[in-house]
Design a protein around this ligand. Structure first.
Ligand code: PLP
Length: 458
């Protein structure tokens, strides 16, 4: 196969090319995402109502759908420089092995100790908490990547960090927990007996392995009841997607350097932050009518918010303490089966991406767990990187699209987000290798039962 000699295996931007500002995709949307609502009154949430839970500057970012660019404070840029700009890799070896005429690129976010893109937002959120004079933050973590990233960010700025870790991950991933403790965080398996909401969930679902939705409720309760603390969230919210826009801005800058225009952009979708960040500047062009791209969200068949969920106002957490968000959702009471891509086990989806999907501006597919691990292993053996199970959802679909190009002979350019590494996921890989991995997919009846519990809106 002819190699495109002009384009290196890795496109690095230099330090000075690190983006100066985050991009707020909502600014370019004519039909904005629906506002967050107060769960009691169903009126749009005001900044004051959120201020007991979230940091002030983050609330400002959350509620602003007009400002296109937010300058990245110098302290955050300095931290970014330790691991960014992240490389954009041309997957020549993968292309050759697949025998596809497609050109495949991936943006690699696994180049930091937390092992994922989550650090991009963690450092920003810790910075704003510190600026506000707070002493600590609480959060939830599913697979553990967010908790790790936040622990790193909090230790950098000298903040306390209290993490509620979904119980099945806590048990499956003791090393993740120890990394968090290395960075000074305290880690509690969720649901726990430390909070009222945790006790209630345990009473209703004894033996539950937990979910992100219920860990969120516990973390919020703890933050609200602890002086000088606020709650921070690593996905789903628009502020997180704003911080993650650094992924897309760098990707676009790297492609622009070589005059490459992607045809297809693919990302895995849990709460939507890496996908929203990766596609941000490309979707912006699409919204402004300057370019067109196929954009594909990939989700697990076990937790299919886009592909089988409904577009409705729902609670962001099981305990129903967070604001209501209009999003594609499986219902806040939906507890997905113990899928191995912990970071994708969330019942809802970012509101901006939900609105864009609703408008037909992007596509979504769901993939089975064993197909995902097959792609993960294939990729690891060819490209060298051991991918996170979450990221491997995007790999699966990138490979599928490249194989379609092989059939049709089309030389499409595919870009996907490789959000992290899978070193802490070896028990999942082990299940796959031993043929013990299941592909549980929820039934329509299960989903209907969950939809029936959506909040009634007048
Ligand atoms: C958390 C996580 C995801 C999913 O979260 P999004 O907010 O949807 O991006 C994907 N990949 C990795 C490696 C993660 O840690």
């Amino acid at each position: 196969m002819m190699k495109d000699t002009k384009i290196p295996y890795k496109i690095y931007l230099n330090e000075n090319e690190l983006p100066q500002a985050w991009y707020n995709l909502r600014a370019d949307m004519k039909n904005k995402p629906a506002p967050l609502l107060n769960p009691q009154t169903h009126e749009p949430m005001k900044a004051e109502e959120l201020s007991g839970v979230f940091c002030d500057e983050l609330i400002r970012q959350e509620l602003d759908d007009e400002t296109a660019y937010f300058e990245i404070p110098e302290e955050i840029r300095d931290f970014y420089k330790m691991y960014r700009p992240a490389p954009l890799v041309r997957a020549y070896c993968l292309e050759e092995k697949l025998g596809t005429p497609a050109k495949i690129y991936y943006k690699f976010e696994g180049n930091n100790t937390s092992g994922s893109h989550k650090l991009n937002s963690a450092i920003a959120q810790a910075y704003y908490a510190k600026q506000q004079g707070l002493t600590g933050v609480t959060t939830e973590t599913g697979a553990g990547q967010w908790g790790t990233a936040l622990s790193m960010a909090c230790s950098y700025f000298g903040l306390d960090c209290k993490v509620y870790m979904v119980k099945c991950s806590y048990e499956q991933k003791p090393f993740r927990r120890e990394v968090m403790r290395t960075y000074g965080a305290s880690v509690t398996p969720s649901p726990s007996m430390e909070t009222e909401v945790g006790k209630k969930i345990l009473a209703e679902h004894p033996g539950t392995t937990g979910s992100l939705g219920c860990a969120i409720s516990e973390a919020v309760e703890k933050a609200v009841n602890t002086e000088g603390y606020r709650y921070v969230l690593g996905s789903v919210l628009n502020q997180v997607m704003l911080h993650q826009s650094i992924i897309g801005l760098e990707t676009k800058a790297a492609l622009d350097k070589y005059g490459v225009k992607p045809d297809i952009i693919i990302g895995c979708a849990g709460g939507g932050s890496n996908l929203g960040g990766l596609i941000g500047p490309f979707m912006g062009e699409k919204l402004r009518g300057e370019a067109d791209y196929r954009i594909i969200a990939v989700e697990p068949a076990s937790c299919p918010s886009f592909t089988r969920g409904v577009y409705a106002y729902d609670y962001c957490d099981t305990g129903m303490v967070c604001p209501l968000s209009k999003m594609y959702t499986l219902g806040s009471g939906f507890i997905p089966s113990a899928n191995h891509a912990g970071g994708l086990r969330y019942h809802g989806m970012n509101s901006t991406l939900s609105e864009l999907y609703h408008q037909g501006m992007m596509e979504a597919v769901s993939v089975k767990q064993t197909d995902v691990f097959e792609a993960a292993e294939y990729f690891a053996r060819i490209e060298g990187i051991l991918p996170a199970p979450e990221s491997s959802h995007a790999i699966r679909v990138a490979i599928d699209e490249a194989l379609k190009c092989k059939e049709s002979g089309e030389e499409k350019t595919i870009v996907f987000g490789l959000t992290g590494t899978g070193y802490f996921d070896m028990l999942s890989y082990e299940k796959f290798h031993d043929g013990k991995m299941s592909d549980y997919i929820p039934t329509d009846e299960e989903l209907e039962a969950s939809f029936a519990k959506l909040p009634k809106m007048e």
